[in-house]
Design a protein around this ligand. Structure first.
Ligand SMILES: O=P(O)(O)OC[C@H]1O[C@H](OP(=O)(O)OP(=O)(O)O)[C@H](O)[C@@H]1O
Ligand SMILES: Nc1ncnc2[nH]cnc12
Length: 193
């Protein structure tokens, strides 16, 4: 599901969000077209529209926890959590959380990594939304869902600003049986911003 398929007034806002994103070729490695959300953050209307579109989708879905993935999920997750009245739980890279943690390793488009979550942050019966800026291979979102499910939460949906469709993350997520909602697809032309 993407916001472009939603009825209503979302298409103008989606166009504004798309044009506020920047594409940088060959970062951080040759061949990667890096989808940069920092230019979206410089545009208060496009940034607010991004948060509003997610809030409109999730406000009536009885979400009790928004789990944001380090680092860029920490930008979009907290304002969504505050607006829908859910707690925010940071899923962090290794050795950043001070308390007892559970961990999940995963493979990335350009390397491998691990996510950790504090024990006790999420309870059995919590209804979770996972938030990140982008889905590429889907490895990061799968690791996030594993952490939440190990803690007894029910993952309701994963939400990202951008999807890189060629990397087939959406198919990988199907093994979890959880829906993915994105606002825009990645762009492959470098932008001039
Ligand atoms: O779908 P995947 O193939 O798993 O990739 C998506 C992840 O990659 C990026 O984060 P990155 O690991 O580069 O970390 P950062 O946000 O700390 O820069 C992005 O913000 C997602 O979290
Ligand atoms: N192409 C890409 N742009 C930005 N972040 C990413 N994370 C994984 N692939 C990415």
């Amino acid at each position: 599901m993407s916001a472009g398929e939603d009825a209503g007034d979302s298409s103008g806002r989606i166009t504004g969000i798309k044009s506020a994103l920047r594409v940088i070729p060959n970062f951080p490695k040759p061949g990667i077209m890096f989808q940069d959300i920092t230019t979206l953050l410089l545009d208060p209307k496009a940034f607010k529209d991004t948060i509003d579109l997610f809030v409109e989708r999730y406000k009536e879905k009885e979400i009790s926890v928004v789990a944001g993935i380090e680092a860029r999920g920490f930008i979009f997750g907290p304002p969504i959590a505050l607006a829908i009245g859910a707690k925010f739980v940071p899923l962090r890279k290794p050795k950043k959380l001070p308390g007892e943690v559970i961990s999940e390793k995963y493979i990335l488009e350009y390397g491998s990594d691990c996510l950790e979550m504090h024990v006790g942050a999420v309870q059995s019966g919590d209804r979770a939304l996972v938030v990140d800026d982008l889905i590429a291979t889907g490895g990061t979102l799968c690791a996030a869902m594993n952490l939440l499910e190990r803690a007894g939460a029910e993952v309701v949906e994963c939400a990202c600003v951008i999807e890189v469709p060629d990397l087939k993350g959406r198919e990988r997520l199907k093994s979890h049986g959880k829906p993915l909602y994105v606002l825009v697809e990645s762009q492959f032309e470098p932008t001039s911003q």
